[in-house]
Design a protein around this ligand. Structure first.
Ligand code: SF4
Ligand code: SF4
Length: 263
């Protein structure tokens, strides 16, 4: 930074569960250290509620689900030098974007008086509204991703993009493959790493929370899932989950969805 003032940082919430903000708070002492070097202007979960103006980095958690979310996104884009999405919701719509796939009227099955609920027709990632400088995947993100992003952006370096797949992390950590050893369906072969292969390290399959990797071979993996005994709708659900709006997962999920299979 060339200015003498401290870099101004904001954390903004749209439709979300607050998990990514908690990952921020989970930085603990590192967050206090960060707070001494930057000005945290707005971060509702942590306390500061300053005006969202003249910002160096704005982190956005959550998908665009309401008109208010839409207005917020456009306003902070105008006021921010760098705009960074944190987590599956802001980056690809998250769980709330599952309603985009529903043919029925979910509102009336959830709310007794849906006429009072003011939602947009679809829940979408921030990038569907404005340009985004950096996308941090994960559900939730982890603190290291956030600190690395801040350091890179403030010192003018391009943040290193994660490119490896979760499988590579299993190999590095010598975690036995849950799919090969135990027949557990795992999205690791088509998912970006960044989590340290957390789920396989606990004998669970990856559900893709860090989003699609580069060149994801989703058709081959889906056929492998079928070989493991998953029915077409189960396979569709594997891909149409927390990152259902990520194009590679959406396309594969649709291939296995009943209405789209043309049986
Ligand atoms: S457990 Fe999953 S992520 Fe790990 S090597 Fe096997 S398929 Fe890949
Ligand atoms: S293993 Fe998969 S689902 Fe589990 S934390 Fe990592 S990316 Fe997310």
């Amino acid at each position: 930074m060339t200015t003498s003032r401290k870099p101004r940082i904001a954390v903004v919430k749209l439709a979300s569960c607050d998990g990514c903000q908690l990952a921020f708070l989970g930085l603990g002492e590192k967050l206090l250290e960060l707070a001494s070097q930057v000005e945290i202007v707005h971060f509702a979960e942590a306390g500061p509620l300053g005006a969202l103006t003249d910002l160096d980095i704005t982190f956005i958690e959550g998908s665009v689900s309401t008109r208010e979310d839409q207005d917020t996104v456009h306003s902070v884009r105008r006021q921010s030098r760098f705009l960074v999405t944190i987590g599956a919701c802001a980056t690809s719509g998250g769980i709330q974007a599952l309603r985009n796939l529903s043919a029925g009227n979910l509102l009336s099955s959830v709310y007794p008086s849906p006429e009072y609920v003011d939602f947009l027709a679809h829940s979408t990632p921030v990038s569907s509204e404005v340009g985004v400088d950096l996308e941090l995947w994960g559900c939730p993100v982890n603190g290291t991703q956030i600190l690395t992003a801040i350091a890179s952006l403030l010192f003018g370096a391009a943040p290193a993009a994660e490119r490896d797949k979760v499988c590579l992390e299993c190999k590095r950590r010598q975690i036995p493959c849950v799919m090969v050893a135990k027949g557990i369906p795992c999205l690791g072969p088509v998912t970006l790493t960044g989590c340290g292969a957390l789920c396989p390290s606990f004998d669970r399959g990856c559900y893709g929370c860090y989003g699609p990797s580069e060149n994801p071979e989703t058709p081959s993996l889906a056929r492998r899932f079928a070989g493991l005994g998953l029915l077409p709708d189960d396979i569709a659900r594997r891909f149409l989950f927390v990152n259902s709006q990520a194009p590679a997962f959406l396309a594969e999920g649709r291939r296995w969805t009943k209405e789209d299979r043309h049986e």
